[in-house]
Design a protein around this ligand. Sequence first.
Ligand code: ZN
Length: 274
Amino acid sequence: MFPVPTSPFPSSQPLAARLIAPVGAAEVRLLSRAGATVLALPNRYSVTYLVMSGDAVVVVDVGSHADVPRILDALRWLGRQPSQVRAVVVSHYHFDHVMGIDALAQRCGCPVAMSRPAFDSLHDGPALRTPPGKAVWPFLLGWARQGFPVLPAADWRVVRRYLDPKAKNPFQSDLVPLDDGQSFFGLPGWKVRLTPGHSDCSMALVHRRAGFLVTGDTVRNYLGGEWNPLRVDPVQMEGTIALLRGLPIRTVFPGHGPVLDGENVLERLKTVRA
Ligand SMILES: [Zn+2]
């Protein structure tokens, strides 16, 4: 059994997010099942997940430099050291999920990992497609639902690099590519699935026995749980939805918004227009 800390970890979601998001702001949650443990840590622009088995930790998505101290606090709260973090993972290469990745990886002395398409795009492979121009309005609506977070100076310094699909590798940490179906930094039961659609480089983490699915932005929860309507490739997104619906998932950890729970949780996700 995972030892549950006795004191709660403080929430930091802005009041505006609590008032504006229809289902409420994302909450800190620690879930443990079948030897797998996930801490949902809502951060500045997206939700960070600490994925754990045994002593090892992998951190998924660090949107902002401002998230790094909070993640280090969360590790301490869990009784873990930064040296126990085996990798910091990018669920997909969108700026609101990556700007703090390198800072945390350097603090922990671990590599950065990302899907094979994201890795290749930083090493002279095919460029990742950017979301269509009309995506800016729904994106801004999502920004509002998170309480209009402002970018701190450290994020302004790097944001253009992360918005440029032709940018070269901006990371000082070692980079590791992740392929479909591979196991995950020695964490028992966890597997990588490539889930293109929202972006060319989206990936998910699956733990079948626990029924856990960490989706990045393939799923978001602003309206009670919905397949992300922002899609760089709608056809690939349909394939991804079919793939994920075939898995025995009971808990979804979305890229934005509260954790989604319950039997057939993927069947109950809404399809909404962008
Ligand atoms: Zn995204």
